[in-house]
Design a protein around this ligand. Sequence first.
Ligand code: IMP
Length: 183
Amino acid sequence: MEAEHVDDDLTEVVLTEEQIQRRTTELAQEIERDYAGKELLLVGVLRGAVMVMADMARSLKRHVEMDWMAISSYGTGTSSSGVVRILKDLDTDINGKHVLVVEDIIDTGLTLSYLLSNLASRGPASTEVFTLLRKPEAQRMAVKVKYVGFDIPNDFVVGYGLDYAERYRNLRCVGTLAPHVYS
Ligand code: IMP
C-alpha cells in the first residue's frame, strides 16, 4: 500500500519507494565488489528485514544463500524493552562462511550487538552488517555497520517491513508515525 492508504497516520514520508530502490541498487553493487570470488550467506532478521532482504538480494547479480533469524526486541511498543532472545535460529551452519546480516533498522544497537556476538561464536569466515536505516544513537556504538542505506532522525518510523503493533509493514515507503496512532 501507499502513504495515501493510511489516512493521516504518517506525519511525513521519510523515504519513497524510488529512493529506497536506488540506494539498495547502489549498495548491492558495493556488495558485489566486496565479495567477488567469495560465497556469501545473507542472514535476514525477521520480521522487519523481509522487504529489505527481498529487494537487496534481487538487486545482486550473483548467487547468494539466504537464511533467517527471528529475535525479540521491541514487543509492540515504540521503545526498546532491553530484552533480546532468539525466537528462530538459522537452519544453516555458518562455520567458515562469509555472513552478511541484513537489518531493517538499527536504533540502540542492542539487538545487533547481541546477534553479532552470538554469530561470532559459530566461527564464520567474516561477519558484516547491512541495514536500510540507522538512527543517531546507533552511530555512537562500537558495532561496525558496513552498509548503511540511510541515516535518519530519532523518530519512530514505519513501512517497508517496519511495523507498529504489526501494522504498516506492507507500506511501500518509510514514514514517520503520527503520535495520535500510539498515544
Ligand atoms: P535496537 O536494538 O534498539 O537497535 O532496535 C532494533 C529493532 O527495533 C529493529 O529491528 C526494529 O524491529 C525495532 N525498531 C527500532 N526503531 C524502530 C522504528 O522506528 N520503527 C519500527 N521498529 C523499530
